[in-house]
Ligand binder design. Structure first.
Ligand code: NDP
Ligand code: OXD
Length: 314
């Protein structure tokens, strides 16, 4: 009944310590510790080495240590076990903080005021619109998109949402699928992406899509906020759209290649905000507790929660 922690690109130590604390009755180990393949019943992973998990055929559940599972299901060679993702209030609220921060910064022209301050220029914008005059479009109406919408609505932004299948959200216009995309984009001044990376969403944030965003809004042109995945965005298209004025600014937490290469022009573009994929970190305390609860529930006969659908990819 051992638990394998297959983690790359994050520090292992806090995870091992937390998992051992919440599951004191079993072995918690990393792939490089001596173990037998048959003792592993659960695997918790973040960007594991592709192909390295297939041999654990006694696995009862594969847990992603994040909300996204693209890092897991891009590996076609996994043990046949359900894949469970993180759904956690702590993670959700962290994400909403980041989204609200970026939306407010674009709405309240943070960049312009930083530049004016640097030049000691006392100049205000009498045409600052109110939040209710600014249209925010959220792509992805799942756990994260839903919470972001609630908080943006509380600030009185004019919010709409887009998802794969039709969703009803009280007081929010919603659009679905390819058929609803154009109408959704045409009423969007700040586009917020909280989509998962799947075969269908890869590269969706591209020149064609930027060209469909509203150009008649109170902010003088559209902005992009992406915290979904870097694979959703075409970075050369973002840069070209910023340079041509098709986009006014972009706040990006995720990138085609991570860490963002030192020579990426995104680092120095004045209209781009870069954060290092930390808009919503996975907190070892809460996530180890969440996974331990799931393991205990499964072993006492209950069903796992938050299993992803491999067919849709999220
Ligand atoms: P959910 O699975 O709860 O929601 C996904 C949403 O995306 C759903 O509304 C779904 O539509 C929609 N969607 C999926 N495919 C499409 C499509 N082809 N067209 C339109 N809409 C689509 O995910 P979460 O909200 O929990 O998380 C979203 C993503 O955020 C994660 O997959 C991850 O990549 C990213 N993330 C990033 C973090 C970071 O630190 N930067 C941290 C955590 C997550 P429908 O409602 O119809 O199913
Ligand atoms: C996640 C992430 O998917 O941190 O949770 O990106």
């Amino acid at each position: 009944m051992s638990v394998l922690l297959a983690i790359r690109s994050w520090d292992n130590a806090p995870w091992i310590e937390r998992f051992r604390r919440v599951l004191p009755d079993r072995r918690v180990l990393t792939p490089d510790e001596p173990h037998s393949v048959d003792e592993i019943r659960y695997i918790a992973c973040w960007r594991h080495v592709p192909g390295s998990l297939a041999r654990y055929s006694a696995t009862r559940a594969l847990f992603s240590l994040g909300a996204g599972v693209d890092h897991l299901i891009s590996d076609r060679d996994l043990p046949a076990a359900p894949i469970v993702r993180v759904v956690d209030t702590d993670l959700t609220e962290r994400m909403t903080e980041w989204i609200v921060l970026q939306v407010l910064a674009f709405h309240r022209r943070a960049r312009a005021y930083r530049e004016r301050q640097a030049a000691r220029r006392w100049e205000d914008d009498r045409d600052q619109p109110a939040a209710r005059e600014v249209r925010v479009g959220v792509m992805g109406l799942g756990v994260l998109g839903g919470d972001a919408i609630d908080k943006l609505k509380a600030l009185r932004f004019d919010v709409a949402g887009w998802s794969r299948t039709p969703r009803d959200i009280a007081g929010v216009p919603t659009f679905a699928g390819e058929a609803g995309l154009a109408a959704f984009l045409a009423r969007t001044d700040i586009l917020v992406s909280l989509l998962p990376l799947t075969d269908t969403t890869r590269g969706i944030l591209n020149a064609r899509l930027f060209g469909m965003l509203a150009q008649d809004g109170r902010l003088g042109g559209p902005f992009l906020v992406n915290a979904g995945r870097g694979g959703l965005q075409v970075e050369k298209d973002i840069l070209a759209a910023l340079d041509s004025g098709m986009l006014q600014g972009a706040a990006l937490d995720v990138f085609e290649a991570e860490p963002l290469p030192a020579d990426s022009p995104l680092w120095v573009h004045p209209a781009v905000v870069v954060t290092p994929h930390n808009s919503a970190i996975s907190d070892p305390d809460t996530i180890a507790g969440y996974i331990a609860t799931q393991i205990r529930a499964l072993e006492s006969g209950a069903r796992l929660r938050n299993i992803i659908d491999v067919a849709t990819g999220y």
